[in-house]
Design a protein around this ligand. Structure first.
Ligand code: 5GP
Ligand code: MG
Length: 196
C-alpha cells in the first residue's frame, strides 16, 4: 500500500512561525487557509459579474507580486478568459518610491477588451493610479480592479477597487507572491516584518 510519511522537518516547512530574508526577520501573519478563503470570496464576486459573458475578458497579472494570486484566482473563474501580463515596479526594499516604472508588457493588445487588473496589494495606490491611466490610453473597453490585499489606512486615491480579498494594517508583509528585495515570494503563507 502506498502512503506518505510526513516528517517533523516537513511540518516546519509547511507552516513556519518565523522566516529570515537577508537582514530581516518576518513572522507568520496570514496562514494560507485564510488567503484561500479570501480568494474564494473574490472569485465568487467576479464569477457573479462575468459568468455567461460572450466576450473573452483579459485577466491582467501585474508581475511579479500577483503571480501566485492570479494563478489561484484563475483556477476558480468559471468563464473563458485570457491571461495577459505586465510588469510594474515601485518598491525598493521595504519602501514605496512613489515612481511607478513600466518594465514589461502588456503581453497582448488590450484595446476593446474588458480587463480585470489583478494586483497583489494596494498600498499608496500609486501603481493602481498609473494602471488606470494606462487602461484609458490603451483603449480597453472596460476595466475592473482586483486586489488580494489593501492597506486602507494608506490608500487615499480615487480609483475604485472593485474586488478586495483582505484589508490589512500598514505593515510590510512578504510571502504568497510578495517579496523583500526579490526573495520571499515562494512562501504559501503571508509573513509580517518582525519589528521587535
Ligand atoms: P502602491 O503603488 O499601492 O504603493 O504599491 C503597489 C506595489 O508595491 C504592490 O503591488 C506591491 O508589489 C508593493 N507593495 C506594497 N505594499 C507592500 C508590502 O507590504 N510588501 C511587499 N512585499 N510589497 C508591497
Ligand atoms: Mg504588485
Amino acid at each position: 500500500m502506498d502512503f506518505f510519511v510526513i516528517l517533523a522537518s516537513d511540518i516546519c516547512w509547511l507552516e513556519m512561525e518565523k522566516i529570515k530574508l537577508y537582514d530581516k526577520t518576518f513572522r507568520l501573519y496570514i496562514p494560507y487557509e485564510r488567503i484561500s478563503e479570501a480568494i474564494d470570496r473574490v472569485a465568487d464576486k467576479i464569477n457573479a459579474d462575468f459568468r455567461g459573458c460572450t466576450d473573452i475578458p483579459v485577466v491582467l497579472c501585474i508581475l511579479n507580486g500577483s503571480v501566485l494570486f492570479t494563478a489561484e484566482l484563475m483556477k476558480r473563474l468559471e468563464f473563458n478568459c485570457e491571461l495577459v501580463s505586465m510588469k510594474l515596479s515601485s518598491y525598493s526594499g521595504t519602501i514605496s518610491t512613489g515612481v511607478v516604472r513600466n518594465l514589461l508588457g502588456p503581453t497582448s493588445d488590450l484595446s476593446g477588451r474588458r480587463v480585470i487588473v489583478v494586483e497583489d496589494i494596494v498600498d499608496t495606490g500609486n501603481t493602481i493610479v498609473a494602471l488606470s491611466e494606462y487602461m484609458k490610453e490603451t483603449k480597453a473597453a472596460d476595466y475592473k480592479v482586483c486586489t488580494m490585499l489593501l492597506k486602507p489606512d494608506v490608500y487615499k486615491k480615487d480609483v475604485n477597487l472593485d474586488y478586495v480579498g483582505m484589508e490589512i494594517p500598514n505593515r510590510f508583509i512578504v510571502g504568497f507572491g510578495l517579496d523583500y528585495d526579490g526573495i520571499g515570494r515562494n512562501y504559501k503563507d503571508i509573513y509580517v516584518l518582525d519589528e521587535e
